[in-house]
Ligand binder design. Structure first.
Ligand code: ADP
Ligand code: ADP
Ligand code: MG
Length: 472
């Protein structure tokens, strides 16, 4: 078994990995930039090292991180999500230094991180893929030609894109002309590659993804699916496991397809196969994420499998502890990404000091975060502050628990997406489990919630004041 792991990440996912280490008797080493000096992951790890005054570059410095792991006696590195998690060069550098990279092989990362290569691999394996270009586009002329052939609307995508960026829907040749240079410039800046490709736009699809686990002994299983259709600008806001919009036959089919996809590329460790589900009931492969996903929490909740622990065990060369038929699932789980953003102001990031924070609790509630009362949110990173995960045996009860938990949570001093999520939970479409990736855009009025104190809060304040004055 591994003895000491360097966590090449920050914030809530670093805390999540430290927790897995603690339970497994593995020492954890955290890293932090100056801006992250007061983040919880720094305090929770067994050892912590400052990786420089720059907010970003230390987290992305492949050789410095591998050196640090070696110098501190680590036998493995966990990359988390974002940062270097899907960087094949990082996995290779670890391997060359005899350090275990907790993820798939460098070859698989590089193949699946390239969306065009991934599409080719899936086509070859007989997996249904969103119709589109076979290779990257050679220029705008080819783009226009292909778009004519597959028909508008089309999606123009950065080949090495991620995090919902580098994607544009184009409804006409005019729009394609306008967006082409824009996507290329965005892709170059964000991902260091100008490669783009075209894909048919599946209008208002459902985003259904499957969690898979694979060991180095040829065992591959899935842990059922997640529904991540509640998105804004291609970025996930709320995720659900399993999808309340699938029937059992669809569930078995998509799970099997994901295992087939993983096996076809010799996948090892934890990964996610993302599909789009069209109105006509067809599933299309979209991409594969070769790392732990933000929303792995809801799969853990419904299956009881600790995905981060499995990642570590599998990376250490151990066999999976579960066979497919041993994976049981129970009820539903919803994850809310609590972002420091102001929904009433175009989801503008809201940074600053958290004046008061307390986590929601009680049955069926889990909170993953790296914040606390008095914490100053640095402006350099992702706006996701916390993940609130709720679960219950039925869809209806899971929604009720979500409402209760979001109200239970205290987070003051900054704007968050919590009040917006409460509106989504009230919406009849959401409650009826009938929504797609167009939901947020379809109901723009959901941001028009009132900021006035809720009546029950007012009532309790009045009661307290009355009691104080009358001595009751
Ligand atoms: P998930 O895929 O786990 O649901 P996201 O797509 O929201 O989560 O990505 C999680 C984090 O990783 C975000 O901070 C996002 O910006 C970052 N990220 C994802 N893919 C890439 C990529 N290809 N390049 C850089 N950052 C990425
Ligand atoms: P990323 O790597 O940034 O996660 P994805 O390829 O997974 O990019 O796409 C992100 C989101 O964009 C999807 O969840 C979906 O909502 C939307 N999307 C992507 N491709 C298509 C498509 N061909 N048709 C319709 N929506 C799409
Ligand atoms: Mg994706």
């Amino acid at each position: 078994m591994l003895r000491k792991i360097l966590i090449a990440n920050r914030g809530e996912i670093a805390v999540r990995i430290i927790r897995a280490c603690a339970e497994m008797g593995i020492r954890s080493v955290a890293i932090y930039s100056e801006a992250d000096r007061f983040s919880l992951h720094v305090k929770k790890a067994d050892e912590s090292y400052c990786i420089g005054s720059e907010p970003m570059s230390g987290y992305l410095n492949v050789y410095a991180l591998v050196d640090l792991a070696a110098a501190t006696g680590c036998d493995a590195i966990h990359p988390g999500y974002g940062f270097l998690s899907e960087n094949a060069g990082f996995a290779k550098a670890c391997q060359e230094r005899g350090i275990v990279f907790i993820g798939p092989s460098a070859e698989v990362i590089s193949r699946m991180g390239d969306k065009t290569e991934a599409r080719k691999a899936m086509l070859a394996a007989g997996i249904p893929v969103t119709p589109g270009t076979e290779d990257n586009l050679s220029g705008i002329d080819e783009a226009l030609q292909v778009a004519d052939k597959i028909g508008y609307p089309v999606m123009l995508k950065a080949t090495s894109g991620g995090g919902g960026r580098g994607i544009r829907r184009c409804d006409s040749a005019d729009e394609l002309l306008r967006n082409y240079a824009r996507v290329i410039s965005e892709a170059t800046k964000a991902f260091g590659s100008a490669d783009v490709f075209l894909e048919k736009c599946i209008v208002n699809p459902k985003h259904i993804e499957v969690q898979i686990l694979a060991d180095q002994h040829g065992n591959t299983i899935h842990l059922y699916e997640r529904d991540c259709s509640i998105q804004r600008r291609n970025q996930k806001l709320i995720e659900i496991a399993p999808s309340p919009q699938l029937d059992e036959a669809q569930r078995q089919y998509i799970g099997g397809l994901a295992v087939l996809a993983a096996k076809a590329v010799g996948y090892t460790n934890a990964g996610t196969v993302e599909f789009l589900l069209a109105d006509d009931g067809r599933f299309y492969f979209m991409e594969m994420n070769t790392r732990v996903q933000v929303e792995h929490t809801i799969t853990e909740t419904i299956t009881g499998v600790d995905i981060v622990e499995e990642q570590i065990r599998v990376a250490a060369g151990l066999a999976l502890r579960f066979k497919q038929e041993e994976i049981v699932r129970r009820g539903f789980a919803i994850e809310f990404r609590i972002n420091a953003e102001d929904p009433q102001n175009g989801f503008l990031p809201s940074f600053g000091r958290i004046s008061r924070y307390y986590a929601p609790g009680g049955p069926g509630v889990r909170t993953d975060t790296a914040i606390y009362t008095g914490y100053d949110i640095p402006p350099f990173y992702d706006s996701m502050l916390a993940k609130v995960v709720v679960s219950a045996l039925t869809w209806e009860d899971t929604i009720k628990r979500g409402e209760r938990a979001l109200r239970d949570m205290g987070l003051f001093g900054i704007k968050t997406t919590i009040p917006y999520y409460l509106e989504i939970l009230k919406h009849p479409d959401f409650r009826a489990a009938s929504f797609n990736t167009g939901f947020v855009e379809k109901y723009p009025d959901l941001v028009n919630y009132s900021n006035k104190p809720r009546p029950e809060v007012l009532a309790s304040v009045i009661a307290a004041v009355m009691a104080a004055h009358t001595g009751l």
